[in-house]
Design a protein around this ligand. Structure first.
Ligand SMILES: [Zn+2]
Length: 273
């Protein structure tokens, strides 16, 4: 970047960083390299140096490093989230590669959490990436400001929802199958949780998995990208997120339907929160 362009972005983030009257104390500002790296989001009217610094201070736990976790982790690493925890107990398989874009053919057999972490460190060496090659456990929420659930099983989804409600930790849920998907953001105690929206998992056999029903790579990419967008909205407090609602996405006909969801007072996960 030329000195002129750097000065332009520096002036821009300064002008956007707050009113002259009593700005709140904040950590040291962005370094020159960070202004270069994040210049295309810093220039957005919705973004600011304060938003960028909030991202730098944030810790996000991503559950699943597969079809949804790949775009989520790549976008959050690229955007400058300071710490990413990557949870996945599986190893990379050949049938993953058409949709799980953080893993390549030479990674076959490697733990997905490690394979993903290696690519994310290449993408952004400014951030810390902690791989957890294990199943999700509530103790992993320690220190997390946000969880993005990119798992592919209903059992894990309900387990993550319950743990986030108990913590409480904000959560972005997502799921994809075939050409359909769903995204939902949750602030426990304030907005409906995943179990408020879906009180019980589908009966065994009613919901097929990717292995039987199939999934197209770009469909997972759309849902994962929407989850990443929600995560940035939550972390930077941009507003306009999918709180108290979920987004049903039908990509065969390009239909996006926002469905409002109320909290259930008797919800076993968030009702007593
Ligand atoms: Zn609930």
């Amino acid at each position: 970047m030329s000195d002129d362009r750097r000065a332009f972005f520096r002036a821009l983030v300064r002008s956007d960083a707050g009113e002259p009257a009593a700005p709140p104390p904040e950590p040291a500002g962005l370094r020159e390299e960070e202004i270069d790296r994040y210049s295309r989001q810093l220039v957005l009217p919705e973004w600011s140096e304060a938003a960028q610094l909030a991202l730098r201070e944030a810790s996000v736990l991503i559950v699943g490093a597969g079809a949804l976790g790949s775009p989520v982790a790549a976008y959050l690493a690229g955007a400058g989230v300071g710490r990413l925890g990557i949870v996945d107990s599986d190893a990379v398989e050949l049938s993953n590669l058409h949709r799980q874009t953080l893993h390549f053919t030479p990674d076959l057999g490697a733990p997905k959490a490690e394979s993903a972490a290696a690519k994310l460190r290449f993408l952004n060496p400014e951030i810390v990436v902690d791989p957890y090659p294990a199943r999700f456990a509530p103790a992993m929420l320690e220190g997390a400001d946000l969880v993005v659930d990119c798992s592919d099983s209903f059992a894990t989804r309900y387990e993550v929802n319950a743990a986030c409600c108990a913590a409480p930790t904000p959560l972005v849920e997502g799921g994809v199958l075939g050409l359909s998907g769903l995204v939902m953001s949750i602030r426990p105690g304030e907005s409906a949780c995943y179990r408020c929206a879906f009180p019980a998992p589908p009966p065994p056999g009613a919901a097929s998995a990717c292995a039987e029903a199939g999934v197209l790579g770009p469909a997972a990419g759309v849902i994962g990208s929407l989850q990443a967008l929600e995560a940035l909205k939550v972390l930077a407090e941009l507003g306009g997120g999918l709180l108290g609602a979920f987004l049903q996405v039908e990509l065969a006909g390009h239909a996006f339907v926002r469905v409002a969801v109320r909290r259930r007072p008797d919800c076993p996960d968030c009702g007593g929160a």
